[in-house]
Write a protein of this length. Structure first.
Length: 160
């Protein structure tokens, strides 16, 4: 749940942990009225997504010029030592893929993360995203096709 929550928002870890805690607290409070879902894992992922979206919508006010998360990102600069270590740990290929994935539309990003990071099948992705199975397959396929095209262009530019 934590990895999925962090993939949805670029917020602090404590924000995601709070949302996870809220999900379990709400389940506990409503336990007498809830039925046991067919697939608990996907129920929890969906509940986390709904909770994160709810909290974000509640926190955003039209009069605010800068959100709490933007402020946190401005001040959270890694040290040069951390940057060096991070560059050593990650290969150029992985960094390129991450940059390219961030250029995809949000729904394709989420579908690809669910497929390859969370290792869900297309039916499970469809449940989490509240779409049909074919749409889930299309999102992942189109995202991968775009990534392939971009990688080919990048490799071509590297050669010349």
């Amino acid at each position: 749940m934590y990895r999925y929550g962090m993939s949805l928002v670029s917020a602090s870890e404590s924000f995601v942990f709070d949302c996870i805690h809220d999900v379990f607290t709400e389940i506990w409070v409503k336990r007498a009225r809830l039925t046991i879902p067919e697939n608990v894992r996907y129920y929890l992922l969906k509940a986390l997504k709904v909770r994160i979206l709810h909290v974000l919508q509640r926190q955003q006010r039209p009069s605010q010029s800068i959100s709490q998360f933007d402020f946190d990102e401005l001040w959270a600069e890694p040290s040069s030592e951390e940057l060096f270590t991070e560059q050593e740990d990650k290969g150029n290929r992985e960094q390129l893929i991450q940059k390219l994935i961030s250029q995809l539309p949000p729904r394709q990003q989420e579908a690809i993360r669910l497929r390859f990071v969370e290792e869900l099948d297309y039916g499970e992705i469809a449940e989490v995203l509240d779409i049909n199975r074919q749409s889930a397959q299309n999102l992942v396929f189109r995202g991968i096709e775009k990534l392939r095209q971009w990688v080919l262009v990048f490799l071509f530019l590297q050669i010349f």
